[in-house]
Design a protein around this ligand. Structure first.
Ligand code: GTP
Ligand code: SPV
Ligand code: MN
Length: 583
């Protein structure tokens, strides 16, 4: 693949979609200005209060198009087994025919934008290029924040002879004519009928996770749904942690954590909030880069109390999608610092009537903002070789069963803990919210190949390095009998990170349980938290009866992967079951 192949692909696509004109994006400020001016004219963007929110805009999605659509997302590998039971599969020829029929003349009267983009730090051996063709100026604007558009990408395309091809059209935004299709063997993505983030910004979940996960397996690395943060104790060295939580389960918040009272001398450095590409270096050290240049984060619940670093990141050069609007032309959402103003326009553009019981902002309203604006953005954030990872953390949203934190006994057990993770569904994907489902490694919607093979790939790292980071599991979302969260979460999560670091450094003993090491009594620093009596015990409880049921569920889930399931994982389920004993 070269620039010439790129040009002939663009010509071929133009023939199919018949645009009025073609624009090659260079990512310049001038280009952005022109796009914004056009979008203000068409109503695609609304300008926010220039005094309080300079260069900020509101975009309102079609109400049918506000989240990822997992049931319309397909992996179109040649063999169905390669996609696995974790994915929807379609035969590649059938998929091309189906989606090309939708693309036919779909850009009539529209501009076709060609976006060469780079995922990863400029100059990094791990950075990868892609080209997204789209008819959505909103997508161009978002991609210009989330990736590096223009020369940096073209240079890689010319020199590396590789790039991912992504074709996108908003079509008519008709859910009945919507597909997000991935062709791993052709390194191609075709997405039709949605303008929403994960469905339309093809560099993000489609390229950097679904296609990259498969490439990573072939090449011996990992593409994961993980935040990356640096944690620096007083007078100490910064250590880096990579953590995988499912969509809308706290990655952005943890990545931007502000140390609370009692931890003033600690520092948290943000490297990434959603995706990590992890490689083993020559010494066997796992290192991570963040392939993204911006944050596409959940707005509701973000405030100066929950996430002050995020509030300080927003407010300039930000695109807000599906938030409410005040009469001062300022964005507002549920959980905002300011109590709800009397007059509001809701995310659909209607005057908001609170007596009807609805929400003013969509629960999956998002912000798009450059990572460099984050006050805690790490100076290693653009380091070409990435940062060394000292601990891997998996986590889910579970109101019961899973304790606040535990450490797995070894790499294989860690892979088991990741593979058997479960979490309550959230508004990040269309469908019911609050259902517990298995979301292995937080990759259920994003692993582009058979989970059985993916777990085998994870396991294979044990034979490639004797220096792998320890693996932990956390749950910020356990609830008490009153239905309230037992753990204060947000900034206070640093207390759990402190124990994780202490364990990684061999400075905390922990106590053994059937599911892993738990903090020994007194090891978790809870000074000044004033948790109600019994809360700590409830947070750390491993209820044998619930866990035996959990292991049965896990075994049943694993069984759908048949002989692709690594034996080590079924064996581990059995040995934990035995350790739980008879209840
Ligand atoms: P994606 O961008 O969808 O991948 O999500 P994410 O994992 O980055 O989730 P994010 O940090 O945006 O958090 C999602 C929601 O969970 C927000 O409404 C947060 O306010 C809430 N949340 C985050 N951390 C915590 C926590 O420690 N405790 C509680 N109770 N809620 C949290
Ligand atoms: C997620 O759903 O995990 C997100 C948002 O981070 S999206 O880009 O839509 O995937
Ligand atoms: Mn995500």
């Amino acid at each position: 693949m070269s620039k010439k192949d790129l040009e002939s692909w663009v010509t071929e696509v133009a023939k199919l979609v018949a645009p009025e004109k073609i624009h090659w994006c260079d990512g310049s400020e001038e280009e952005k200005k022109v796009l914004i001016a056009e979008m203000l004219k068409t109503g695609d963007l609304l300008e926010l209060n220039e005094q309080t929110h300079p260069n900020c805009f509101l975009h309102r999605s079609d109400p049918n198009d506000v989240a990822r659509v997992e049931q319309l997302t397909f992996i179109c590998s040649r063999l169905e087994d390669d996609a696995g039971p974790n994915n929807n599969w379609m035969n590649p020829a059938e998929a091309h025919a189906k989606i090309d029929a939708l693309f036919e003349r779909s850009m009539k009267g529209r501009t076709m934008y060609v976006i060469p983009y780079l995922m990863g730090p400029v100059g990094s051996p791990y950075a990868r290029a892609g080209v997204e063709i789209t008819d959505s100026p909103y997508v161009v604007l978002n991609m210009s924040i989330m990736s590096k558009i223009g020369d940096a990408a073209i240079a890689i395309i010319n020199s590396s002879s590789k790039f991912v091809k992504g074709l996108h059209s908003v079509g008519e935004l008709d859910p009945a004519r919507r597909f997000i299709m991935h062709f791993p063997e052709e390194q191609t993505i075709k997405s039709f009928g949605s303008g929403y983030g994960g469905n339309a910004l093809l560099g993000k979940k489609c390229h950097a996770l679904r296609l990259a996960s498969g490439t990573a397996k072939q090449e011996g690395w990992l593409a994961e749904h993980m935040l990356i943060l640096g944690i620096q104790p007083p007078q100490g060295e910064t250590k880096y942690i990579a953590a995988a939580f499912p969509s809308a389960c706290g990655k952005t918040n943890l990545a931007m954590l502000v140390p609370p009272k009692g931890f003033e001398d600690w520092k948290i450095w943000t490297v990434g909030d959603d995706i990590a590409w992890l490689h083993l270096d020559e010494s066997g050290q796992l290192r991570a880069i963040n392939p993204e240049a911006g944050f596409f984060g959940v707005v509701p619940g973000t405030s100066s109390t929950t996430n002050p670093n995020c509030m300080n990141t927003l407010g300039k050069n930000t695109i807000y999608t599906n938030v409410a609007l005040t009469s001062e032309q300022e964005p507002w959402w549920e959980g905002h610092d300011l109590t709800r103003p009397d007059t509001l326009v809701d995310w659909k553009g209607n005057s908001f009537d609170p007596t009807l019981g609805g929400l003013a902002a969509h629960p999956n309203a998002r912000f798009t903002v450059p990572a460099s604006q984050c006050p805690s953005f790490s100076k290693e954030g653009n380091s070409p070789n990435g940062v060394p990872i000292s601990a891997i953390v998996f986590g889910g949203r579970r109101s019961n069963v899973t304790p606040l934190v535990f450490q797995t006994y070894d790499w294989e057990h860690g892979v088991f803990a990741g593979a058997s993770m479960a979490s309550e569904t959230t508004a990040a994907a269309a469908g019911q919210v609050g259902n517990v489902r298995r979301d292995p490694m937080a990759m259920k919607p994003f692993c582009g190949y058979n989970f059985g093979d993916y777990w085998a790939h994870w396991l294979s790292f044990a034979s490639r390095s004797d220096n792998l980071p320890p693996i932990f599991h956390v749950n910020w979302f356990r609830k008490g009998a009153d239905g309230k969260f037992l753990w204060p979460g947000f900034g206070e999560n640093i207390r759990v990170l402190e124990w994780i670091l202490a364990r990684s450094d061999g400075k905390a003993e922990g106590t053994e349980s059937a599911i892993g090491y738990l903090p020994k009594s007194g090891e978790l620093n809870l000074d000044g938290l004033n948790l109600p009596p019994g809360a700590t015990e409830s947070l750390l409880a491993v209820d044998k009866k619930s866990w035996k049921k959990e292991i049965e569920d896990i075994k049943e889930y694993f069984s759908i992967f048949g002989d692709r399931l690594p034996v080590a994982l079924s064996d581990r389920a059995e040995s934990i079951k035995n350790m739980l004993g008879s209840v």
